[in-house]
Design a protein around this ligand. Sequence first.
Ligand code: DGL
Length: 268
Amino acid sequence: MDKQQAIGIFDSGLGGLTVAKAIRQFLPNERLIYFGDTAHLPYGDKSPHTIQQYSAHITDFLIEQHCKVIVIACNSASSNAYHTVVDRADGRSLVLNVIDPVVDYVASTDYKEIGVIGTKSTIDTKMYEEKIQALKSGVLVSSMATPLFVPMIEEGFIFDDISNAIIRNYLSRREISDIQSLILGCTHYPIIKNQISKFYNFEVDIIDSGKIVAGSLRKLLANYNLLNDTVPSGSDMFYVSDMTRYFETIARMFFEEAIQLQVLDFWK
Ligand code: DGL
C-alpha cells in the first residue's frame, strides 16, 4: 500500500455520502472512490447473508481499484458484514467500519443512558449495545429501529409536518426514553440531526458518525504511514450500481455539492 492510493468508501446507496463529505473536509489530500449500491438499496431490510454477499463483491471492486483503505459507510453493512469485508480484503487494504469509532467516542464520555436508532438490520445485530457495554460497564444502551426515516429523507421530508410527525412518533416511544445521548446509527440520519435535536429541546447529545469516522480514519492512515501529504493523484469518483434521474438530487442533499455519478453495473 502507498500514500497515493485512494480511499474506498461504500454504502447501500447515497447516505454514505455524509461520511464521504466529512472525509473530504478532514482529509483534503486524499482521493475518494465511492460506491453506492443503489441497485440493492435498502440494505436495512435485507438478511445478514445477503448484505455479506453484496459487501464482499463491492470489496473486490474497491481492491481492484487499489484502495489503501475501505470505509464501510453504512451501518447495516458495518454491523452485518465487517468481518466479511476484512476477510475478503485479506490484508490488501485496511478496513474501517462506522460503528467502532462511535463506540470508542461514547466510551470516552460520561453518558450513562445512551439510545441508538438505525435500520432494522443494524438494530437486530445489537452491535452498538454489545460493543459499548464491552468497553464500559454500567452504561444502559437502548436501541430502536426507525425504518421510515430513510424513505422519508430520500423523499425530501425534512423539517416539515410529515417528518415532525414521524420523528415525534418514533422518538417518544418508551424503548428510548430517558437518554442523555442518541447515536444516529444510520448514515442517512445526519440530514435530520437538527430536527431530532429540536425534538429533545437540544438537551440530548445527538451523535452522528461523519466527523468521528473521518477522525478515526486519519489516525488509522497515520498509524500505517499512509496519509497522503501531496496533492491527490486523480479526481474523486462516485459510482452507483443503478441510476435514476432522482439520484443526483439526492446525492447533492447528502454531499452538499454537485457530483457526477457514474453507473457501474457489475452485478450482471
Ligand atoms: N445508509 C444505510 C445505513 O447506514 C441505510 C440505508 C439502507 O437501508 O440501505 O444503514
